[in-house]
Design a protein around this ligand. Structure first.
Ligand code: RIB
Length: 296
């Protein structure tokens, strides 16, 4: 049976501008490209996990506008169960204004319909969380909702991964009860790390990841690749981590798998375009292992 993952989170349309140099406040710059692509940390993590072979259900909200319809179509095309994505009448789908320069990005999110993913809505979805192996959640929906999800996950012993992005103050209850927390190197500085009882995986971009596990601290280096766009690399990491943990891999093995998946994700433009399939990740890992042997 494949892994059952439920993602509770944001669904955005990404409005992406490419520019040589990021503008400073008050400056106008001429960009070289503009694209509208589906995104949102929740939707991205759902797509990443689905491409890697998991059975994925998305819980979220979109508006009743063209962006909402397009986002739903993409999720469905990826084989994600969208029965629990609600279209909110008269409300706009969340958007992210993204500027990409030299592979790096700056992002401003306007939540729109994502604000309607309320604790009350989550209570209606208790059974979906109960029936899943892992629930994956981020912070582009109300924090009270994140708490409500954690409560339900705890009640049914469904493992929970919290990706604390974008970072904000987290209630002690959350830090103490989540199984896995995956901040990046900036977000971790704003977390009350001693309160975190679960395993922590800190993503550090080009420097790979560092794991604070029960067995101690472990570093996993990143793979060197030709970066086109890092948008969605963290989401790919989280989706892949969830899939590997569901399969019973240890936190170290799961992180190695997720590091490989996220290396492949940055080779294409847009958050979801570069997210790899299971076969692509396995080939990449085998290829690296072969080259490693050749160097011995
Ligand atoms: O993590 C990348 C995502 O952050 C983008 O797709 C954007 O929608 C924002 O949510």
């Amino acid at each position: 049976m494949s892994s059952r993952i439920v993602v509770v989170g944001s669904i955005n349309m990404d409005l992406v501008t490419v520019v040589d140099t990021f503008p400073i406040p008050g400056e106008t710059r001429i960009g070289s490209d503009f694209k509208t692509v589906t995104g949102g940390k929740g939707a991205n993590q759902a797509v990443a996990a689905a491409r890697l072979g998991a059975e994925v259900t998305m819980i979220g909200c979109v508006g009743d506008d063209a962006f909402g319809i397009q986002s739903l179509q993409v999720l469905e095309r990826e084989g994600i169960v969208t029965d629990h994505v609600k279209q909110i009448k008269g409300v706009e789908t969340g958007i992210a204004a993204i500027t990409v320069s030299g592979g790096e990005n700056q992002i401003v999110v306007v939540p729109g319909a994502n604000s309607y993913v309320t604790p009350e809505y989550i209570k209606e979805k208790e059974q979906v969380i109960k029936d899943s192996d892992i629930v994956l959640i981020q912070l582009e929906i109300p924090i009270a909702t994140v708490e409500a999800v954690a409560l339900i996950a705890n009640r049914y012993q469904t493992k929970i991964i919290v990706n604390p992005a974008p970072i904000q103050a987290l209630p002690a209850f959350l830090l103490e009860t989540v199984d896995y927390i995956t901040p990046n190197e900036h977000e971790v500085k704003q977390l009350d790390v001693p309160l975190c009882k679960g395993e922590m995986v800190i993503t550090k971009g080009e420097e790979g990841v560092s794991i604070k596990a029960k067995e101690g601290n472990i570093a996993i280096p990143a793979h060197r690749v030709q970066v086109v766009d890092t948008t969605g690399a963290g989401d790919t990491f989280n989706g892949a981590l969830a899939v590997a943990l569901c399969e019973g891999k240890s936190i170290v093995e799961a992180s190695q798998f997720a590091v490989a998946a996220s290396a492949l994700s940055v080779l294409k433009f847009g958050a979801q375009a570069g997210m790899p399939t299971l076969q692509e990740v396995e080939e990449f890992i085998n290829d690296k292992a072969e080259k490693g042997k050749g160097r011995q």
